[in-house]
Ligand binder design. Sequence first.
Ligand code: TPP
Ligand code: MG
Length: 331
Amino acid sequence: MIKEKNERSLPEPRELLEIYRDMFRIREFEESCPKLYSEGKMGGFLHLYSGQEAVGVGVAHAINESDYMVSAYREHGLILAKGARPDKVMAELFGKATGVSRGKGGSMHMFDPDLRFMGGYGIVGGHLPLAVGIGYAIQYREDDEVVVCLFGDGATNQGVFHEAMNMAALYQVPVVFVCENNGYGIGTSVTRASAVEELYKKSCAYETPGVRVDGMDVLAVYDAVRQAVHKARGGKGPTYIEAITYRFRGHSISDPGTYRSEQEKKIWQERDPIPNFAEWLLAQEQARPEDLRLIEEQEKQLIRQAIEFAEKSPEPDLDQLWTDVYVESRG
Ligand SMILES: Cc1ncc(C[n+]2csc(CCOP(=O)(O)OP(=O)(O)O)c2C)c(N)n1
Ligand SMILES: [Mg+2]
């Protein structure tokens, strides 16, 4: 299913630089978190996205602003890729009122309906039916948006994965399922948890095409998602994409990660999607070294400002304790 590079659809040259910027921003953001966490500035869970940037950024560039994204809890990078301001995402991690979820969601429950980023969920696989529901609503209203639903390899072993796949195929809803196969669900490898290692095959029972892509190659992800989105928008139903990737850090901030060998980590570090994409941009003469350096400096500055903003922001007022807890459906 993986296509040769020269058959791929490529973003415009300007967008290629924005793709680099977005991946670099996410890495810079995520790598600033462990120190802040250890200083007690953030609380609760913290699942970092370092290593998986090519998936989220490839997806975000392949869809329109009006399209929806729904995700599990490893979502800081995804909401940033969808266009959230880093200062508001950082403020959310600090539990501040200026955060994307007004400081009440934290790391796992980022939400921004204006950006059409519909969460941020902690129950493994629990958001897949939500994506199908959003897809069903789009279809019912005869709108032309699509939903991209991102989840981990662990979710594919949940019953709810199959229920969502069944309904999506039955109603031919405009949903693109993207499994971020990073090889592990907490400390359990895919080989120990799934009867089928080639996770893209899991949609075949529902006659939904399954595609496997290199999730460390942002352009491969972009290309696969573009095709799937085009199909969904044309009323031809869901696609299921398995992106092979790797998380460079532990499952969460409290995971020492002793279940992965140094050798394994080194192999994947060499496939780091960011320097590899930089190398590609230079080799293809799509960027000059100074273009990339400028982007890197700008993004480092942006994240420094985001931390400052989060530090200076107020905590939510006590009288806000009962707001945003439950939203009644409107018309
Ligand atoms: C239904 C359910 N069962 C168990 C858990 C505990 N849990 C939290 S994360 C996780 C692993 C999920 O791994 P994966 O889907 O591969 O996502 P990743 O963390 O690798 O991004 C588990 C089992 C949970 N949150 N929800
Ligand atoms: Mg996983």
